[in-house]
Design a protein around this ligand. Structure first.
Ligand SMILES: [Zn+2]
Length: 391
């Protein structure tokens, strides 16, 4: 049986654990894989086991001095700087090794596609999109996704599109390729005036020689599924058609959910499922079917992340799960053991209708301002008319 996607996963990835009450708890990944297994989504699928990335690969995106600081931080008795040792990015045991394992996960996914073994590959532990060249930021130590893109640029790809649907701006990936016309980064996120990292405005459009290859859609707080898809469809497909990528990389953060404790967008699990199906279609239409998916944010650990990323895995494998599917008792009993008071949803969806009214070129709801600002900032740079909804 030839599977349409490779899925990278190993329990060693649970070592990326920021500890204590930190919101990025790796249990979300373990619960995702358990749920996917319980539903049969992973039947007959051999999960690919990553190895820690060597330092030379990490250096594609990060300074040697920063990598040294990460490696030495757990033993250092002083302030190591580089954003390490803060409440967002606490120092933890084997921080370098665990972070290099996440990089290895996304690199393995990239290699699967580049080798022709598969057209789709998932690294659900990846998507640490805030890490910068010389510092940790926003729970992210090494920018696995930027490193994977850099590797792909050296291994046969010279037009890569990155689509980031996390609630936060994909600032680290944008920064890594801001001056590189070979990489189109598109990020849809909650308005940076209201959320970390405070960047991702429509007027951030790419550096000299790469004008138009950074795209930002700053969405109003409380944007729901319908408004989110109105914005997505008004911006993303046209740009992909104009850019003609050979491969689509998506960062699939699910902190856009209405119940996420760290942000204020109002998407549903049904919306997340539709995002993956939409990205799959776009990869087929505009990127030769090549799709590398990384995880990302998501802090409603029990009720949201496992369901949403099970949909991601299922979508990649063309084993789409009906949102009405009842959660399997084998999985809910696990949750009952670890969190007896948690109130779990009953089904794989939230019962939401995600159909949207396409943007018609006017401004008659709050999200239309976001659409207009982004289109006017970048569409002319791709030969597209920002005010014509047919473009
Ligand atoms: Zn996020």
């Amino acid at each position: 049986m030839v599977l349409p996607a490779a899925i990278v996963w190993d329990s060693a990835l649970l070592g990326y654990d920021l500890g204590g009450e930190h919101p990025l708890n790796p249990i979300r990944l373990e619960l995702t894989v358990r749920l996917a297994r319980a539903l049969g989504v992973l039947d007959g699928v051999e999960l690919l086991v990553p190895e820690a990335a060597p330092e030379e690969e990490i250096r594609r995106v990060h300074d040697a001095g920063y990598i040294d600081a990460v490696r030495e931080a757990p033993l250092a008795g002083w302030d190591v700087g580089h954003g390490l040792g803060t409440s967002d990015n606490p120092i933890f045991d084997r921080m370098h090794e665990s972070s290099a394992m996440v990089v290895g996960s996304s690199l393995l996914a990239a290699r699967q596609i580049a080798s022709g073994a598969t057209k789709r590959a998932a690294s659900i532990a990846g998507g640490l999109h805030h890490a910068m060249r010389d510092r940790a930021a926003g729970f992210c130590v090494y920018n696995d996704t930027a490193i994977a893109i850099s590797w792909l640029l050296d291994n046969g790809y010279d037009r890569i599109a990155y689509v980031d649907t996390d609630v936060h701006h994909g600032d680290g990936v944008q920064a890594a390729f801001y001056d590189d016309p070979r990489v189109l980064t598109i990020s849809l996120h909650q308005n940076p005036l209201t959320l970390f990292p405070g960047t991702g405005f429509a007027d951030e459009t790419g550096g000299t020689g790469a004008e138009g290859t950074a795209v930002n859609v700053a969405l109003p707080p409380y944007t729901d599924d319908r408004a989110w898809f109105r914005a997505f469809h008004a911006v993303v497909p046209s740009l992909l058609a104009a850019f003609r990528p050979q491969l689509l990389v998506s960062q699939c953060g699910v902190d856009t959910h209405d119940e996420d404790p760290l942000a204020a967008l109002s998407l549903s699990v049904d919306g997340h499922r539709r995002i993956y199906q939409t990205v799959r279609d776009l990869a087929e239409t505009h990127a030769g079917g090549n799709w590398l998916a990384a995880g990302g944010g998501g802090y409603q650990l029990l009720r949201v992340v496992p369901r949403s990323w099970t949909h991601l895995i299922a979508t990649m494998l063309d084993r789409d799960v009906d949102p009405k599917t009842v959660l399997p008792p084998e999985w809910t009993s696990t949750i009952d053991r670890i969190a007896p008071t948690a109130e779990l949803p009953l089904a794989m969806g939230d019962g939401k209708d995600t159909d949207h009214d396409p943007w018609d070129g006017t401004v008659d709801q709050p999200v239309d301002n976001s659409i207009r600002d982004t289109r006017r900032a970048v569409f002319p740079l791709h030969g597209l008319d920002p005010d014509d909804p047919r473009d």
